[in-house]
Design a protein around this ligand. Structure first.
Ligand code: HEC
Length: 200
């Protein structure tokens, strides 16, 4: 009988203790449980948007679970409520740590309007384009680890409301770790999503 597993496991780097010949990746890690159902931070009033847009954006950001990735500590089960939507120090591996000893990792960005550490310099259009197409303000194509393909068909009014809400948040200063290239050793923890099936 086939067995199917959906594994969404938070992994924390420990001291490497195995050698290449008897490598068992799980020897290097301990398991943590992600937190879900986070509150969305209250928005400030912002003259550029209507109250209805901002409230709808807050509702949608809660519904779509943006904070589960973009809140520090949420992926490791200890969400920091002073840093809601202000980015995560826990990254998401985009290559498989069971195959690559040192996978490539991206860190969910700070979505509050802090100029230096968040998206304070992004226009409404920059935010909309990023969520719908994965194209960053800086021109790069974001990996689908940020699930923009799922957001591509969000209705224009809804995506505008999400951008309005994000632009109306209080800025929170929080610098997320830099992207880790494949083959580089991560110093911050990361999560890996994988679907596995036992071999016949
Ligand atoms: C599964 C986790 C996950 C979810 C859910 C998620 N994101 Fe992201 N997001 C990411 C990651 C990881 C990045 C960073 C990608 C990178 O650096 O290449 C990112 C980047 C972004 C960026 C670009 C910011 C920047 O400074 O580069 C925006 C804007 C964004 N996300 C908005 C959202 C919104 C709005 C939602 C909910 C509708 C959402 N994200 C849901 C993981 C997620």
């Amino acid at each position: 009988m086939r067995k199917y597993f959906l594994i969404a496991t938070a992994l924390v780097t420990l001291n490497a203790c195995s050698t290449a010949s008897n490598y068992n990746p799980l020897d290097d890690y301990q398991q943590l449980t992600p937190a879900t159902n986070l509150p969305t931070p209250v928005a400030l009033s912002n003259g550029n948007f209507t109250v209805e847009q901002v409230e709808r954006g807050q509702y949608l950001v809660g519904l779509l679970g943006c904070g589960s990735c973009h809140t520090n500590g949420a992926l490791t089960g200890t969400p920091n409520r002073q840093q809601l939507l202000a980015g995560s120090d826990t990254g998401i591996a985009w290559s498989n740590p069971l195959v690559d000893r040192n996978p490539g990792i991206v860190y969910p960005a700070n979505l509050t309007p802090d100029i230096e550490t968040g998206i304070g310099s992004w226009s409404k259009q920059d935010i909309i384009r990023m969520i719908q197409t994965g194209m960053s303000k800086h021109g790069g194509q974001t990996l689908a680890v940020m699930p923009w393909p799922s957001y591509a068909n969000i209705h224009a009014d809804d995506i505008t409301a999400i951008a309005a809400y994000l632009k109306s948040l209080s800025p929170v200063r929080h610098q997320v770790p830099a992207e880790v290239m494949r083959g580089q050793k991560a110093v911050a923890p990361f999560i890996h999503f994988g679907v596995y099936q036992s071999k016949l």
